[in-house]
Design a protein around this ligand. Structure first.
Ligand code: SF4
Length: 399
């Protein structure tokens, strides 16, 4: 069963200076049209075999899906046709290619949520990142989405060149003032090969300061929590009921299918075997319990451009259980007894309990009562030192 569907749109109006995502600067409407038409046809083929009928969430990301304009509306409608029981349907957008008209059309097509790449409410910082929008454009895009009745998430970034404590707190306050229900906060990373990396290498810009970024993350937690948004995941804050169900599916071991080049999928063995033929994906090894795969070419199965190619990662039951524990600890509610009991079976009680004891003794995790059940959850230190906590559980994958 596929629980979550992701569709990748690989176009942006221009490349941001820090970006190493799989996206290309493109303003060619014919390319948009071809891409949307081939994705819609592919969705139809998957719909014909009922592959997406069980999806509960869908997410069109990128890139910048909103550059597709009305073609994005057609794509969203096609998603809704083949996955009629969605409880959440998100489209990513950037302010410069988003409007009230597009917001209303997307809402009519069944989209429920917009994730806006805002990054900062400071114009000088936005220019330093090579973003195309200004802070007023971000405010207008958020207002347009909210007016259309859509839930809105806003991405913010810390450690941007020129950013100060004052400008970061102003950005947080500006995000809160817009009335969005969800905020994601990321530290800027300098990725090799990007224009920003070249500026850092040339000494024109300093590396982001990890201490400043840690302060920013703490300040975000403080301000967003005070404004009524709870930190339900290491980088995600939401008003009650506005958590991103699609991302929660990723963090709780649900099967998800990603369509388009560079889109990642993760399917349990039975679902993979059932869909492999329709996806044009290779056979997996007998011992694989979970298959993660990424499409590495533009071609879509049955699209007439040749067969797609995939990179496969095959996980044993033990590796899948360790991965579920690691991802579960990203979430404030942590992991419950059901997942722990399964992990004990697969990994071994003594081995798992030793890892839990270490997380407890190092102050990275704690037993917590959530909705009447006992859960192993990250502490504040576990949130700050996430890589140490996740490493403890991921190491259980080794035999
Ligand atoms: S809008 Fe997003 S995907 Fe596009 S270039 Fe900028 S950071 Fe990359």
């Amino acid at each position: 069963m596929v629980d979550a569907l992701y569709i990748h749109v690989p176009f942006c109006h221009a490349k941001c200076l820090y970006c190493d995502f799989d996206s290309r600067a493109c303003r060619d409407r014919a390319a948009y049209e071809t891409y949307a038409a081939s994705m819609i046809a592919y969705l139809g083929r998957l719909g014909d075999v009922g592959a997406l009928a069980s999806c509960r969430t869908a997410y069109i990301g990128g890139g910048t899906p909103s550059v597709l304009g009305e073609r994005l509306v057609a794509l969203a409608s096609a998603v809704h046709m083949v996955a009629p029981d969605l409880t959440e349907f998100t489209c990513e957008a950037n302010p410069e290619s988003f409007s009230g008209k597009l917001a209303r059309s997307l809402a009519r097509a069944g989209v429920t949520r917009i994730s806006l790449g805002v990054q900062s409410f400071d114009d000088a910082e936005l220019r330093a990142l090579g973003r195309l929008h200004a802070a007023d454009g971000a405010r207008a895009a958020i207002a347009a989405a909210l007016d259309a009745g859509l839930d809105v998430s806003c991405d913010l970034m810390c450690g941007i060149p020129l950013q100060t404590e004052a400008s970061w707190t102003a950005t947080l306050d500006a995000a809160i003032a817009t009335g969005v229900g969800h905020v994601s906060v990321y530290p800027l990373t300098i990725e090799d090969g990007t224009p920003l990396a070249r500026k850092v290498d040339a000494g024109e810009l300093p590396e982001p300061d990890p201490d400043f970024q840690a302060w920013c993350m703490e300040e975000a937690r403080h301000r967003l929590t005070a404004a009524g948004m709870h930190p339900y995941e290491v980088a995600s804050y939401a008003r009650p009921g506005k958590e991103c169900a699609h991302n929660i599916a990723y963090w709780t071991g649900r099967s998800y299918l990603g369509l388009g080049r560079s889109a990642a999928s993760m399917l349990d063995r039975a679902t993979y075997d059932a869909l492999r033929g329709d996806l044009g994906a290779p056979e997996a090894a007998d011992e694989a319990a979970r298959i993660r795969f990424v499409q590495t070419t533009d071609a879509l199965p049955g699209g007439g451009d040749g067969a797609p190619a995939y990179e496969l990662e095959e996980l044993s039951a033990r590796e899948a259980a360790a991965e579920d524990l690691m991802l579960g600890m990203r979430m404030s509610r942590g992991v419950g007894e059901g997942m722990l009991a399964y992990a004990r079976e697969v990994i071994g009680t003594d081995t798992l309990d030793a890892a839990i004891d270490e997380a407890l003794s190092r102050g990275l995790a704690v037993w917590r009562e959530v909705d009447g059940t006992r859960r192993l959850a990250p502490t504040h230190d576990g949130w700050l030192l996430g890589n140490e906590l996740y490493g403890l559980f991921w190491d259980l994958a080794d035999h």
